[in-house]
Design a protein around this ligand. Structure first.
Ligand code: PLP
Length: 605
């Protein structure tokens, strides 16, 4: 057993001992958001489930600090699954949200004896989706009868002493179990027993399906939430949703709980928000634990009964795209609408009374298509439909979407704002004070906030953002032109090149190209890609992510759309062998160019 100072329990040290675990080099230190994948075979092995990595993109591969806590708790509680979230509330809300995914009419029955509890206000937290929430005190638990059947009820036990409640009400629980009703225990503090430190493993109550608790006491500078369960399918799906929706515990916070780093002395969240508001000409800003957390939040808030459809303009970042499918499942019948950036003439026709929002990216990831934002916002205003713009790739140095009439700007602060591959976070920026108040309440209810430790890193790295951007773009233009004339390259996607289909829109909307460029090779197929990617590529990080100060490159489609069949990729106009390079802000870009040249020449032999 390994003892640590912060967690009220000591964790068995069984982490990272799996045979299929492969070493990946973290970039940006132990709290990296990405890691190098040196060969195409590494990527194929990972995608085919033949291996896992100890480090990787932060929402896809849990940092070792998270693994250590998760695996420790699994062992201690003798369950197969443990997932960490940014807070107790986030864990509870994400689980309920998941359970409601396929059954939006589900009734939630809560037994609760807490005065100031986070779940009691469930009704207000998710307008329209929780159709019924009944809350009773433990002494009145029988009022929740009849528990009807498995089809439409969830039982949440949110009491001070869950173990005593479970003991005293075993008949009640048996009947819930017999009716196949999911039973959750949402325990807002550690059971006293665990606080003393374990001498032997605990077992979860056999009738409970999910156990949720915080990783800390109530007054604490760092938050964290846990879901434990034995259910394989549900926890695997929940993990996939955590990746897409992004409410994951920061690796720094996990290290804090493990006693590896000190408590945050400051929270620079407010300073970061003011700085981002200045950059985007926004009045209000909110920070989240990831870019996807920001996107999930704004989409959830804008959807309401009767207004559920999202119009998606352009091929957006893979997980934003995946969220659109998720929304489709949740809402059932309503299809989201997908338009290309060149199909804006169809926009007025596809907007209808069910349209909740239009979402796009100033420059799409990875093909760098540029939508004509002025046209979109003009049409949207005529129909009173809000416009969400993800400005991560273009950055406010090149475009301020709020000035062009957009309603909400999204950022993955993980990227250019931070630049060092050592921070994960996201932001929503806006001007509407009423909606800002709604976001504030929603964030309070869901508990998905940027941790103080992350805010300190982001604040530090933001100081020279504008200067770095100038260098990013200068280098990027050189690399784009170099790639375009290279005999090994088939096609280059950079909106600053006149050959790009969005060149005109880019000239109209942007003042610079950012630094994300995609390209395909003349040498077709996996073999060509292997020859290029497996070359040394000195001075370049071979890793997923973008906006890194050091040039970073990955086989984008193999990482982000691996399971997509050929016809689906063809429809998205996405080559399976697309390479995405995010050019860095190196003072001297020539070594990067030479390295690219060498790898490209290897494909020609
Ligand atoms: N938006 C864009 C354009 C992105 O490229 C990404 C991630 O790459 C995200 C959002 C999600 O950000 P995060 O990974 O920080 O959740």
């Amino acid at each position: 057993m390994k003892t640590n100072t912060r967690l009220p329990i000591s964790l068995p040290d069984n982490s990272l001992n799996s045979e299929s675990l492969r070493k990946a080099e973290p970039v940006g230190g132990p709290f990296t958001v990405t890691a190098t994948l040196v060969s195409i075979d590494d990527i194929l092995d990972w995608q085919e489930g033949r291996c896992n990595f100890d480090y990787g993109y932060y929402r896809f591969i849990d940092n070792p600090t998270l693994c250590q806590i998760q695996e420790g708790l699994q062992t201690y509680y003798q369950v197969r699954h443990c997932l960490l979230y940014t807070s107790f509330k986030t864990a509870a809300m994400e689980l309920l949200d998941y359970l409601l995914l396929t059954k939006p009419q589900m009734r939630i029955k809560v037994v609760c004896d807490l005065e100031e509890n986070s779940l009691a206000s469930l009704e207000h937290s998710y307008p329209g989706l929780y159709t019924s929430v009944s809350i009773v005190s433990p002494s009145n638990a029988s009022e929740l009868f009849p528990l009807s059947n498995a089809k439409d009820e969830i039982l949440v036990i949110n009491v001070q002493h869950p173990l005593s409640f479970l003991k005293a009400h075993s008949d009640f629980l048996q009947s819930a179990k017999a009716a196949r009703i999911p039973i959750l225990v949402a325990s807002e503090k550690f059971p006293e027993k665990m606080r003393k430190g374990p001498t032997e493993p605990e077992t979860l109550h056999p009738l409970v399906n999910y156990w949720i608790f915080p990783l800390q006491d109530k007054v604490h500078p760092v938050t964290g939430g846990v879901i434990l369960s034995k259910l394989d399918r549900q926890m695997t799906e929940l993990k996939e949703l955590r990746k897409q929706r992004g409410p994951i515990l920061s690796s720094r916070d996990a290290a804090y709980f493990l006693g590896q780093i000190d408590a945050p002395r400051n929270n620079h969240g407010e300073q970061v928000i003011r700085r981002l508001c200045d950059l985007e000409n926004a009045q209000h800003g909110f920070l989240f634990s990831s870019g996807m957390g920001a996107i999930t939040t704004i989409l959830s808030l804008l959807r309401s009964p009767g207004k559920v459809q999202i119009i998606v303009v352009g091929l957006l970042y893979t997980d934003t795209y995946a969220l659109m499918t998720y929304a489709k499942q949740r809402i059932g019948r309503v299809e989201n609408v997908f338009l290309g950036v060149e199909e804006l003439d169809q926009l007025p026709d596809v907007i209808n009374e069910q349209t909740a929002a239009i979402i796009t990216e100033t420059m799409t990831n990875p093909l760098s298509d540029v939508p004509d934002l002025e046209t979109i916002t003009h049409i949207a205003k005529q129909h009173h439909v809000p416009v969400i713009v993800d400005n991560t790739l273009a950055t406010p140095v090149n475009c301020k979407p709020l000035d062009l009439g957009a309603d909400y700007v999204i950022h993955s602060t993980t990227k250019y704002f931070n630049g060092k591959n050592n921070h994960g976070g996201g932001a929503i920026l806006l001007n509407d004070t009423q909606v800002a108040e709604k976001i504030r309440k929603y964030q309070e209810q869901w508990g998905n906030v940027l941790s103080s430790l992350e805010s300190v890193v982001l604040w530090k790295n933001l100081h020279d953002f504008e200067e770095r951007m100038q260098l990013f773009q200068k280098n990027a233009i050189q690399i784009a032109e170099f790639l375009e004339q290279h005999p090994g390259v088939e096609k280059v996607y950079c909106p600053w090149l006149p050959s790009h289909r969005s060149y005109q829109a880019a000239q109209k909307i942007l003042t610079g190209p950012g630094s994300v460029i995609s390209f395909t090779l003349k040498q077709p197929g996996l073999e060509g890609l292997r020859l290029f990617y497996d070359a040394p590529l000195d001075h370049i990080l071979k890793a997923p992510s973008l906006g890194s100060n050091q040039t970073i490159l990955c086989p984008y489609t193999l990482l982000a759309h691996y399971h997509e069949p050929d016809d689906a990729l063809a429809e998205l106009e996405l080559s399976r062998y697309l390479i995405r390079i995010s050019v860095g802000c190196e003072m001297e870009i020539k070594p990067v160019m030479d390295s690219l040249d060498q790898a490209l020449r290897a494909t020609l032999t």
